[in-house]
Structure formats: C-alpha cells, structure tokens
Design a protein around this ligand. Structure first.
Ligand SMILES: [Zn+2]
Ligand SMILES: [Zn+2]
Length: 415
C-alpha cells in the first residue's frame, strides 16, 4: 500500500501531491526544491467531512500505527523473509474501528501540521508492541518449522501514524470520514480523557538543496535519500538537520548510456566466527571455489544493494555482488548521468548483513546455529555506483554479468 499525501510547498504554500517515500520535494508552482527531514514517525490525517456546525477545535483524532518493512529470520536450517505492511489501532477503545480498512489507499492523506485543530488521542499501544506483532506474523509463518530460532532482522522499515478524524454530536461519536455513528456512552469520555494538542516536533522540516561545498544545487530523484552535486562531484546525506558529505565512488565504463545502481560497500570485522579475509568468507560459507592467494590477501567486505527491492532479490544481489566484487575496478568521484536513487540507507544495509551472510552459506544447517554469537562491526562504508547495460527487460552489470529485472526495481520503489 502506498499513500498519496497532500502537502503545502514549504516555499510558496501551494498544495502539492507526494508519495510516501518522497524526500526531495520539487514544487511545480514556484520551482523550488527542498529536502524533507523527519524526526520520528511521519504523522498523517485522513480527510474529514464533518458537518459545518462541528467546531474544528472540538475534533478528535484517533491514532493508527502503520509498519512497512521486510523481516528476515533464520530458523533451523532455513533463512526466510516476509514483506510486512500492516496498520493497527494505536489506542484501545471499544468504539473505535479496529482498522482503517482500505481508506488510506483510497483517499489522499495530509501531513499533520499546526493547522490541524483539535485533540489528538494519545497512543497507548507502543510502536515496539506493533513491531512485535509484525514479528509474530513471521513466527506464525514459521510455526511448521520445528527448530530453534537463530536470528531476526528488520530491514528498510518505516513506521508512521495515520489519524482517523472523529467528532461528537449530541453525545454520539462519529467517524468524520464517513459520518457514520460509532456509539455513545461512557466510552466516549474514556477516549477523551487522554488527549493532547499538536506538537511542533511532529512536523517535518525542510532543507534547501544547495551543495554545502560549492553552493550549486543538489540533484536527486524524488525518493533519493542521498543527494549529489554535479558541479563539484560530491555526495551528501542528511544528518542532524544538515547535509554531510559521504564516501562514494562510481565505476568508470567505456560504454555510453549506462544505468548506474548504488551499492553499499561495507568493510567489516567479525567476532564469534573466524572471518578476517575474503578467503575466510568463502570457506565459512562453503563456496565451491578453490581458495587462492589473492583471496587470502583481500579484506572482507560486503557489497549490498543501496535500494529497496523485495527480500529474495536483495539476498541474491547481496550474495552475488559480494562474491564477484574482485571483478569490479576501483571507482572515481564522477556523478553518472543516469542514476538509480538510493532508497536504503547505510544503517539499513548494516542491519541486513547477517541475513545476507546466512543467505550466502551453502551449509546452512551448520552455519545458522552459530548466528546468535556472530557480530559484525562495520569499519568503513562506501557508496559505490556500478554501471549496468540496458537490455530491454533487464539491467545487466558490466563487469560481473549480474542482472536485475526492471520490473523488480520499479516495484522496489513502492516497498
Ligand atoms: Zn512552491
Ligand atoms: Zn558542489
């Protein structure tokens, strides 16, 4: 499920339409581009049709929590995963609908701002409980595997809050989206007992997309979490309300019209399992290769997608790119023309390390029980853009021949 969001342009105030993953916000009216910075979950409100005689300041807003993300888990000799997209009540109240149903998909939502008057009912169910419930879905999924649990990771997850507008008219509580009566009696007072006003910390804020180094404008697709400067060839991520330079490179090509996909190159140190060099990784994961001298000299690093794709593709690309990394030459700091956006941050890729490691192992029965003791420490992270040939339905990586279907990439931008 992807939300459509109505939001006012932070520069001219015109109403613009966004997708949930959008961070680079370009206003079609004033042509100004901003980068949206969020702290904590984004908060949305459904549009209401409350009758005119209901005062806006008497409106009530009930929270529903939404979790979207991929859960990976290892149990027995299996590595499994699940794409989770769930919205649940953030407040227990007998009169409230259990779910929002299809409404968040069927109608645009707005970001909660100080213009939303009324009382926000307090969330009583903690986000952690929602995560546990989401994890439970994977446990239910795994119930027929009677074997011990070794590992679980959330990757690329987002948590948001959608408010359902409500009002009280002649002592009856109404759903303000549909104007249907929800009930009456003491339960209404119980709901109202725990409410709060809008908090300014809920609203996202906006950064001008100017290169901190040279002052030129930064570029990036709408859902790009990393912005590039094509003037001084630098790359930036948002951190603590400003842009910070990141380490990156792009691999040169002799071909024209190449499409570049971003990967995180993570140099790691492990504990709990002996794995210092690339040769150790090949040995531990039981790869059918003759280990050579240069394997032993090569440091251990993982090459993982810096974009969201469904788990099966993420694991396949992570494994195959990590194994084939020696074929990829060292890159330069030159921003390529055609770039796929970075939609998965470094910290998310780090969270996926153990799962990709497990997915690389051919001897899962032997390796997976060791996972609870294995720790990965990231020593260095580099964003690396790799050139891909455009082969119609697929992109094929120049040096390694590793391919990915365009449809899978496209679908990944909605995850
Ligand atoms: Zn504008
Ligand atoms: Zn610059």
């Amino acid at each position: 499920m992807d939300l459509t969001i109505h939001q006012n342009c932070p520069s001219c105030g015109a109403e613009i339409e966004l997708s949930e993953a959008d961070r680079v916000i370009r206003c079609p009216y004033c042509d100004v581009q901003n980068f949206m910075v969020t702290r904590g979950p984004l908060r949305f409100v459904l549009p209401d049709k409350a009758p005119d005689h209901i005062r806006r300041e008497d409106m009530l807003y009930a929270p529903y929590l939404r979790f979207k993300g991929n859960i990976y888990y290892c149990k027995g000799k299996h590595l499994k995963y699940k794409v989770v997209d769930t919205t649940q009540q953030g407040l227990q109240g007998s009169l409230l609908p259990h779910s929002l149903g299809l409404r968040p998909q069927a109608m645009p939502v707005s970001l909660v701002t100080d213009e939303v008057n009324g009382h926000f009912l307090r969330q009583t169910i903690k986000a952690k409980a929602l995560l546990e419930r989401a994890a439970l879905l994977t446990v239910i999924d795994s119930e027929n595997i009677k074997a011990p649990f070794y590992h679980r990771a959330y990757v690329g997850e987002t948590l948001s809050c959608i408010y359902l507008p409500l009002y009280i008219d002649q002592e009856v509580l109404y759903d303000a989206v549909t104007n249907t009566a929800l009930g009456q009696g003491d339960a209404i007072e119980k709901l109202q007992a725990h409410s709060m006003q809008y908090k300014s910390s809920w609203a996202p804020h906006f950064l001008a997309t100017l290169c901190p180094h040279c002052g030129d404008s930064l570029t990036g697709a709408r859902d790009n979490l990393i912005l590039n400067c094509r003037n001084c060839h630098s790359s930036w991520e948002e951190k603590q309300g400003g842009f910070q330079r990141i380490k990156w490179n792009s691999v040169e090509t002799a071909f024209k019209e190449m499409y570049y996909l971003p990967f995180w190159k993570l140099s790691v140190r492990t504990s709990g399992i002996e794995m210092k060099s690339f040769a150790d990784f090949l040995r531990v994961t039981n790869q059918p290769l003759v280990i050579q001298g240069w394997h032993r000299e090569r440091e251990l690093s993982f090459l993982l997608p810096a974009f969201k794709v469904r788990p099966s593709t993420f694991l396949r690309l992570g494994k195959n790119m990590t194994l084939a990394q020696a074929r990829i030459p060292h890159g330069e700091q030159q921003v390529p023309v055609k770039l796929h956006p970075v939609t998965l941050l470094r910290k998310e890729a780090i969270q996926a390390l153990k799962s990709v490691f497990a997915g690389s192992a051919l001897n899962k029965r032997k390796l997976l029980p060791k996972l609870p003791h294995v720790r990965f420490q990231t020593l260095d992270a580099n964003l690396t853009y790799l050139p891909f040939f455009d082969k119609g339905h697929d992109y094929v990586q120049e040096q390694t021949g590793i391919s990915i279907a365009k449809s899978v990439l496209h679908f990944g931008r909605k995850l």
